[in-house]
Ligand binder design. Structure first.
Ligand code: ADP
Ligand code: ZN
Ligand code: ZN
Length: 672
């Protein structure tokens, strides 16, 4: 008789290994048990694990092997391509496999006592059925090209100006996939900001199982959605970054909308890029993937063959807006050296708002800083509102009279007088959206002004009700952060004003111009999407800056080309590959000492393809009472960097560190 099979199980532990278990008492395991969840004893606890493999031989002495308590067969087993994807994620981001696997499951499926299953939800209840418009010639060409290349893996970059009808292209592709009996996965940066997309998908496919997976779903709802995806009832899965891991047995198409958006990158725990994993997944499943954006990330642009790069993605372009007669807005620069701003607003901008008011059209003023003022200060003694726990100022929020730290969440009441010298005349420096709202209220007392930022539209519910007001024509002037920039279609909006965009032109973060360009392009794209032509006004001290030149011409390729030349010269991504080792500790010296030890133990054995920079304090050097430092590791070769990390990362376990020190590694870091 052959040996009974032993299960190799992944557990949610920070250990780079798997755990072997025998079959449950009185049962045997078979190869078909791969992919099931199991309840296993671990120490004195029980844990949920996933059967990764079935083996006949193990190094663990048989008398030390314990039995599985139960195999959970209420869902289908996790499919092979899911193992591929989570395995790749663990390898590439150098994270423990068990943690990766378990963290991608809905909390309900990771818990020993799962939430009670209630009835299956049907998302598209009550949707208004919508018939598709005839495609524009450009949309048609894009859909046809993708269809021509068939159902196998091909990566496409759909580069379309704002309002060019990228969504319509996605919907047609989804239709094709559904007709072929396949499932479609649609990833969006923040579902909060894209209820319109959800509604459009539901309206287009009223009889098709559609689920959405995002952070505001409750545990039970998330488990339900996940189950209907793995069970195949859900034909369309719409979701934010974590949804990239949703097992879908008949996956036939992957779409990543707004692929440039930084929120596809997970910023804590396992720091993966859902966009990059989506490409990997499409390749493993051998299905087409479409990355869509008006302002692709420079990495993606290079992958589409820009500046002589290798063409990994096929480029499809939509140059024109889809709605007949809707043109791109005119962009005008207001030189603030000539037109002095009063309270942040120049005369030409005020006049333009005035004109919209008299014509009954909407204006949007974009200021990417929430709160009333970035700092409260005492002119008499120099006191400023600092966060006790971070190397940052507390931001004044006058709406509810609080001082708030935007980094750690710490808050306090607004002091009636200076805490140091008693001066009662504290002043608010600088301007955030709340202050802009107040200034506009004074200037245009008759106007209905609505502020949209994370404070006013933090939850999906708040957001929905604000959007409904905008659509109802209840609003004359919108004041908002980049929250307003994405994916929205406000028919009466004809003016966009960028209040103070200049800071990002010369920021220390070399990705700042890329983000600025994308934000301005997106926010400008809100104007003139329908019959009324749109106008964009940029208040700037640097009206001749090439970034604004390219923006005025709506010329993303020109902007990207200059950026890529600079990146190549400076040896920055996409022409270099990076990983960041970060440490947090009670004292900066400890954090730096750890990074220096890491560097010292790595240096002698590293090859010439790997560059180590000096450990340095992070830009936000203290957050939530922890001092933070980082060490950048770089290589012109992704493979060399990966090889190095795979072989040398375990060295760090040998470094003695104070118990309060934490470190992590981020591959392809976005923030510095
Ligand atoms: P994007 O995602 O590229 O910014 P959208 O998909 O939101 O653009 O489309 C912008 C507008 O154009 C929407 O109001 C949409 O209904 C409309 N639209 C899209 N395709 C067509 C078409 N083929 N004919 C007419 N209108 C269209
Ligand atoms: Zn003072
Ligand atoms: Zn803080």
């Amino acid at each position: 008789m052959p040996n009974p099979l032993i299960a190799r199980v992944a557990l949610d532990l920070p250990l780079r290994r798997l755990f072997d278990y025998l079959a449950p008492q009185g049962e045997t395991l078979s190869l078909a048990d791969r992919g099931y969840r199991v309840r296993v004893p671990f120490g004195r606890q029980q844990k949920i694990g996933i059967v990764v493999d079935l083996i006949t031989e193990t190094d663990v002495p048989v008398d030390q092997l314990r039995c599985i308590d139960g195999v959970l067969r209420d869902e289908p087993p996790l499919p092979p391509d899911w193992f591929h994807l989570t395995g790749f994620c663990a390898d590439y981001y150098h994270a423990p496999l068990g943690q990766v696997m378990l963290s991608t499951l809905p909390a309900g499926l990771r818990a020993l006592a799962p939430p009670k299953a209630r009835r299956r939800q049907k998302v598209n209840d009550g949707a208004v059925v919508q018939t598709p418009p005839p495609l524009t010639p450009e949309q048609h060409a894009a859909v046809a090209t993708i269809a021509e290349h068939g159902a196998a893996y091909n990566a496409y970059l759909l580069h379309g100006v704002t309002g060019s009808g990228k969504t319509e292209v996605y919907l047609r592709l989804v239709e094709h996939a559904l007709a072929a009996g396949r499932q479609a996965l649609l990833l969006v940066p923040e579902i909060n900001l894209t209820p319109q997309l959800e509604a459009r998908v539901a309206a287009r496919f009223p009889d098709v199982g559609l689920v959405s997976l995002h952070s505001e779903l409750g545990n039970a709802a998330r488990s339900r959605a996940w189950r209907s995806a793995i069970g195949g009832e859900a034909r369309i899965v719409l979701g934010t970054r974590l949804a990239v891991f949703t097992p879908m047995p008949a996956l036939g198409l992957v779409i990543v909308d707004e692929e440039h958006d930084a929120s596809f990158k997970q910023q804590d725990g396992i720091r993966y890029s859902a966009r990059d994993l989506a490409v990997f997944r499409a390749r493993v499943c051998d299905v087409p993937i479409v990355l869509g954006s008006a302002t692709p990330s420079l990495e993606t642009w290079a992958n589409a063959g820009a500046n002589g790069g290798r063409e990994r993605y096929r480029l499809l372009t939509l140059h024109n807006r889809a709605v007949p007669g809707a043109g791109l807005p005119t962009v005008r620069r207001i030189d603030t050296r000539v037109n002095k701003a009063l309270d942040g607003l120049t005369d030409p901008l005020l006049q333009a708002v005035e004109e919209r008011l008299s014509r009954g059209e909407q204006s949007l003023l974009f200021l990417n800083r929430r709160g009333y003022a970035p700092v409260l200060a005492c002119a008499a003694c120099g006191w400023t509102s600092r966060c006790r726990r971070c190397a940052a100022n507390l931001v004044l929020h006058l709406a509810d009279r609080r001082l708030r730290c935007h980094h750690c969440g710490h808050e306090a009441g607004v002091p009636p007088a200076c805490p140091t010298c008693g001066n009662q005349d504290l002043s608010a420096f600088g301007r955030g959206t709340q202050r802009l709202e107040a200034i506009l209220g004074k200037r245009f007392p008759q106007a209905r002004i609505l502020r949209i930022d994370r404070d006013s539209a933090g939850s999906r519910k708040q957001w929905d009700s604000l959007v409904a007001r905008i659509h109802g024509g209840d609003v004359d002037i919108l004041v908002g952060t980049q929250m307003l920039a994405k994916g929205h279609d406000f028919p009466k909006l004809t003016l966009v004003g960028a209040i103070a965009p200049d800071a990002a032109l010369f920021a220390a973060d070399w990705r700042a111009p890329e983000r600025l360009f994308a934000q301005l392009m997106q926010v400008a794209g809100r104007a003139g999407r329908h019959r009324f032509p749109g106008e964009v006004l940029i208040q700037t001290q640097f009206p001749d800056h090439p970034l604004y030149d390219a923006l005025a011409r709506h010329d993303y390729p020109a902007f990207a080309a200059t950026q890529l030349v600079e990146r190549r010269q400076a040896g920055f991504p996409p022409y270099a590959h990076q990983a960041m080792l970060r440490a947090e500790a009670n004292a900066m010296a400890d954090a730096l000492a750890f990074l220096n030890s890491a560097r010292a133990c790595w240096l002698p054995e590293s090859d010439r393809h790997i560059t180590f920079y000096d450990p340095v304090p992070m830009r936000l050097s203290r957050r939530a009472s922890l001092e933070r430092a980082q060490l950048l590791i770089e290589s012109p070769s992704r493979r060399a960097l990966q090889h190095f990390l795979a072989n040398r990362l375990n060295r760090l376990d040998e470094i003695r560190t104070p118990s309060h020190l934490r470190w992590h590694l981020e591959v392809d870091p976005l923030e510095f």
